[in-house]
Design a protein around this ligand. Sequence first.
Ligand code: URA
Ligand code: SF4
Length: 200
Amino acid sequence: MVSHLKNDLMQRLIAEISLCRKCNLWKTRKNPVPGEGDINTLVVFIGEAPGRWEDIEGKPFVGSAGDLLNRILRKIGLSRDNVYITNLVKCRPPGNRDPHLNEIESCSPYLDRVLDIIKPKIILTLGRHSTSYMFSKLGLTFRSISEVQGKIYEVKLWGSKIHLIASYHPAAALYNMQLEKEIETSIKIVKDSINRVRES
Ligand code: URA
Ligand code: SF4
């Protein structure tokens, strides 16, 4: 898709999200967090939902989980500017509780549209909620994040092969070095995938 058309579609989507009242989370949010990054990227990262700082700033992964994610990306030689980052749910669940099923059902069509506009070759899900959502969308069985994280799933989307990679959520790794290492490994796999897609 030509870039200016993609840009128009994304701007329209962001405008819709900013007015959205499809679930109750609009009542307590300060700002919706539609997502940000390069819309011509090969890679989309999907987190869970905005936290306190994301809600204040209207941007994804700007709090402490975001700092950890940035640190890992830098270490591996990737930058946030090269990817698109969004969440399964666009408004903050109060007190950072897990998103409810009805909230995921109301909000996930926006994620579907983001993916449809960008048509990434590689999708990285961060945490069990976005992983479970993408696995079920792509007809894969999801039992637990520990079972599926750090592996490449080759799936068909938009008639072409894409790589789905799951990772633990960076917030879970804030006080757990072992999980941080696992996330690093998953993001290294993303980097290798980018290189392979570029070569093919
Ligand atoms: N956690 C998420 O899942 N997403 C964010 O944007 C920030 C923290
Ligand atoms: Fe709309 Fe999603 Fe926000 Fe709910 S969480 S109000 S569905 S944008």
